[in-house]
Design a protein around this ligand. Structure first.
Ligand SMILES: N[C@@H](CCC(=O)N[C@@H](CS)C(=O)NCC(=O)O)C(=O)O
Length: 207
């Protein structure tokens, strides 16, 4: 069975958790807290000592974006990872934003607010101010980040935007992003994550 080293409040872990749940794949989640990440046993599995870490038989893969790409290629090729070269390119734009601006902006602000991490606040605020309007503009008139359906772009980019309230960001200022994260929460099999906005109710959906 697939093993996923992660932690309940890790947005990066949640990217993989969502993919596994939407694919209907069983997995065994191994709680890997800060102490466990520093252990020699964990370092032997991944030199970065970071979660998420995905293990399936002989395959050991780190980095949430890389794990999503592997799962898409295995289980939803040409769908979750793009139908055409252009769509693939568009998906990779968002994988890069997830690993760069979203990680260094909203995710970093959340680390400080929720976990007391020491950060360079001005930099995190500046990166956040740059990326949020870009996501909001895309998602204002599209349901999904790339292509006309959910792809790994949405799985990679959404957790730290769904959790922006934890980062001290005013959710009301970003209504399209908020609605998109709720759309993701409404997908069949969505695994719960503390702080993720709830799926729309049936009444809202009918309105
Ligand atoms: N690029 C990696 C970043 C992973 C990451 O930053 N994980 C955090 C938890 S969400 C972690 O393990 N932090 C501890 C550390 O960096 O030492 C990914 O996308 O998976």
């Amino acid at each position: 069975m697939i093993q996923l080293y992660g932690s309940p409040l890790s947005g990066n872990t949640h990217k993989v958790r969502m993919a596994l749940a939407f694919l209907g794949l069983p997995w065994d989640e191994r709680l890997t807290d800060a102490a466990a990440r520093q252990s020699d046993a964990f370092a032997a599995l991944t030199p970065m000592r970071q979660i998420p870490l995905f293990i399936d038989g002989d395959v050991i893969l780190r980095d949430s974006q890389a794990i999503l790409a592997c799962l898409a290629a295995r289980h939803r090729p040409g769908d979750w990872d793009g139908h055409t070269p252009e769509e693939r390119g568009a998906i990779h734009v968002w994988l890069s934003h997830a690993a760069n601006e979203i990680a260094n902006g909203p995710a970093t602000l959340r680390l400080a607010r929720k976990f007391d991490a020491v950060i360079v606040e001005d930099h995190a605020q500046a990166v956040t101010a740059r990326i949020l309007p870009v996501v909001e503009a895309r998602i204002e008139d599209h349901d999904w980040l790339a292509g006309g359906r959910m792809t790994i772009a949405d799985l990679a980019a959404s957790p730290y935007l769904a959790l922006m309230g934890d980062a001290g960001i005013d959710v009301a200022a970003w209504p399209a992003i908020h609605a998109w994260t709720r759309r993701i929460a409404a997908l069949p099999g969505f695994p719960a994550m503390p702080g993720w906005p709830a799926a729309p109710t049936t009444t809202e959906g009918a309105a």
